[in-house]
Design a protein around this ligand. Structure first.
Ligand code: ATP
Length: 239
């Protein structure tokens, strides 16, 4: 579905945010991009969403360049930015309608999006009355409503409590498994990603330093969770 080949991105002269990074994601797969603050996750996701251009490398969707794909069908990719916010004076439902209007969503798409939000009657309220978790769920519904074949979700559970995080993770899993779409999810919460993702790429200083299925990586390094895998790898890179 998605192939990222040797992408590189520098901000100004000094900051090498993404350094020759490659990975792929297949249909029906949830791929986790995990790493500490400043590792290059958001930059990578913004490149894949077509929002910024890499200095080098390429992004292919089903073998075709991202640029070409987006020119023909913007609906193929859905992107939830890390710091997305809502318009306080608009209701949840109005958000879905506006977002849907941009992507040519029909009535059935709107209903699908509304169901994903799990907000029920509260969709009729202005989002100024929503909690952070409710806003995040609304935005997730707006992004998945048009059933993108590739959902790019930057820190979808950031700032959410345990209950809300579990519910968002469940929604993402159900979406991918029921539509056969692919998803990339970024997080610095490695334990969460361990539960959610089929495969993960551990990103550090703009590079993927290890990749694989969470269980396999944990076994390979003889540790008890992904956090420990990451710690071992980072120590190795820095020493
Ligand atoms: P976080 O987990 O904190 O969100 P991240 O892994 O998503 O971090 P990025 O946001 O991709 O990391 O940042 C990677 C590097 O690029 C950092 O050093 C950051 O300061 C830098 N950077 C990101 N965006 C810009 C920008 N617009 N201008 C200059 N530098 C930037």
């Amino acid at each position: 579905m998605l192939e990222v080949r040797n992408i590189r991105k520098t901000y100004g002269r000094e900051i090498l945010a993404v350094n020759n990074l490659s990975f792929h994601v297949t249909e029906g797969e949830i791929y986790g991009l995990i790493g500490p603050n400043g590792a290059g996750k958001t930059t990578t996701l913004r490149i894949i969403a077509g929002l910024i251009k890499p200095d080098a490398g390429e992004v292919l969707i089903r073998g075709v360049s991202l640029h070409e794909v987006l020119k023909n069908d913007r609906r193929i990719i859905g992107y939830l930015p890390e710091e997305a916010n809502t318009y306080p004076l608009l209701t949840g439902l109005e958000h879905l309608k506006i977002y849907g209007g941009l992507y040519g969503a029909g009535k059935e798409d709107l209903e699908f999006g509304a169901k994903i939000t799990g907000l029920g009657k509260r969709l009729m309220e202005k989002t100024s009355e929503y909690s952070h978790g409710m806003k995040r769920r609304l935005l997730l519904g707006a992004v998945l409503m048009t059933r993108p074949r590739l959902a790019i979700l930057d820190e979808p559970t950031s700032g959410l409590d345990v209950h809300a995080s579990v519910s968002v993770r469940k929604t993402i899993r159900e979406y991918v498994k029921s539509t056969g779409a692919a998803a990339i999810v970024s997080s610095h919460n490695m334990l969460e990603i361990e539960y959610l993702c089929d495969r993960v790429g551990l990103i550090f200083k703009g590079r993927i330093v290890e990749e694989g299925r969470p269980r396999e990586l944990i076994e390979k390094y003889g540790v008890s969770n992904l956090e420990e895998v990451f710690t071992l790898l980072v120590e190795g890179v820095e020493s």
